[in-house]
Design a protein around this ligand. Sequence first.
Ligand SMILES: [Zn+2]
Length: 200
Amino acid sequence: MIDEGYIKYRCYWSQVPAIAETEIAELNQWRTKFYQLGLIGEYDSGIGFGNISIRLDRFSQLIISGTQTGGIANLTAQHYTKVVDFDWQENYVVCEGLIKASSETLTHAAIYAANPSVNAVVHVHHRQLWQKLLDRVPTTNPNCAYGTPEMAEEIIRLCQQPSTQQQKIIVMSGHEEGILTFGKSLGEASNVLLQYFAAL
Ligand SMILES: [Zn+2]
């Protein structure tokens, strides 16, 4: 069963316009590309999958696509939200925007927390690629479910391994079809994914 799409953290949400189109221009270009490739999208059940984020100058803040936006072909600034604070151990996220943050925000946050040089994270779903990479690249413990403090802790553990820092990809064993890539820029995070995807 696909476990996806609902928020498991406490969400402190200020429903206010917080993001300008210029802030998400590059992020959204990449997001549209992944949508077109089917790496972000919606299951037949109507549940969206896939999300993308960038770190902001304020080090612990990020912009991330909103919850349940996977099925929308073209996003605008209103589909993104600004995460102004989070604590994966305490399992909460504080966000500002016209939509609540992705249910997978704390997974993104864990990657940023563990890697000071990382500024972009991409999370997609793809069954074939997931199956191919499972246990062949850094892979999370199958007992960790998405969107939980356990998954965040597991991501941080993996990020401390040199192989993860080198390969910049994590397969989420306990989250069917889930793959994460990251990098110092959006281009790097995206190209890591596209290289694995092209080699399928
Ligand atoms: Zn997912």
